[in-house]
Design a binder for this molecule. Sequence first.
Ligand SMILES: [Mn+2]
Length: 289
Amino acid sequence: MGPYDLVILPIPFEMTVSWNEGTSNGPNACIEVSSQVELYDPLLNSEIPCGLSFHTAEEWSSEESTLRKQLDSIQKYIKPWINGEQFPVVLGGEHGILLPIIEVLNEHPEIDNLNQVTIVQIDAHADLRDTLNGEKFSHGTVIRRCLDAGVGKIIQIGIRAYSEEEAKIIDSDDRIETWHARDILGVIERNTGWPRLMERITQIGGPIWLTFDIDGLDAGIVPSTGTPVPGGLSYWAAIEIIEKIFTNNSVKVLGADINEILPGGENGLTQFNAALIATKIIACHISTL
Ligand SMILES: [Mn+2]
C-alpha cells in the first residue's frame, strides 16, 4: 500500500448507538454523496486533490463478538495508516471509533506520550459518562475513555446536552475545556463568546486529533444523525473553527474523524454536510503543506 498523501478510512462501526440506528451506512453514504461536493476551495488555488495522491481504504469490518474486541480490530485496521506518513480522515460509524484511534496514536512517531495530545471535539454531547446503559465502551463515554487512556487535553466545542455527572467532571477536571454551544452561539453571549473561542484556538499548540461528531452541527442541517440536537453549530461556525485550527502554525493536526453520520432525511442532507466537513478538513490540511 501507498505511499499516499491522504487516506480515507471508512469504519461503519455500530454497536452502541442509543437512539436511531444506521450509522453503519454512514461512511458509504458520505463517500457516495461526495461526488456532489465542489472540489474548489478558496483557500487553495486549484481543485482537490491538487495533484496529491488520495486513497480510500477498503472499509473496516469485523465479526468479533465483544465491543472491546471490535475496538481492537479497529486498532489493527487503522494502525498502518495512522503513522505520520499520510493524512488520515476517518469516516464513522459511531463516536466509539475514537478510542482505538487514540490508542494507536501511542505509537505515532510524532508522539512520545499521549498527554501531549489535544483532542478537539466538536459535539452536542460531552461524552464524559463513565458508563452508558452499563457499557464502558460507548459513544456516550468515549471522551472519558480517551482521558483514561492518557490524553492530556480535551477542547470540546458546541456542547449542549449532558448529565449532572458530566457537568461535575467538566467543572472539576482541568484536562477538559468545554465551550458550551450557548456560550458561543446563544443570543446573549455570541458577540463575546465567539471571538473568545476564536482567540483561544490561536493559542493551542502541539499535536491535535480533530474528532467531529456530526451532531455538533445544528439538528436542522443534520436531521438524521443518531441524536440530533437543536441549538448547534451553523455550517459557517463549523467551517471557521476548522480553518482557525489549521491556520494556527503551532498546531500539528495528526488526522480527523467525522462520526455519527446516519444517512437519510430529505435530499440526504446529513451525509452531504458530513462530506462538506470532510472536504473542508482535507482542503485545510492541503493548505498547510
Ligand atoms: Mn459524540
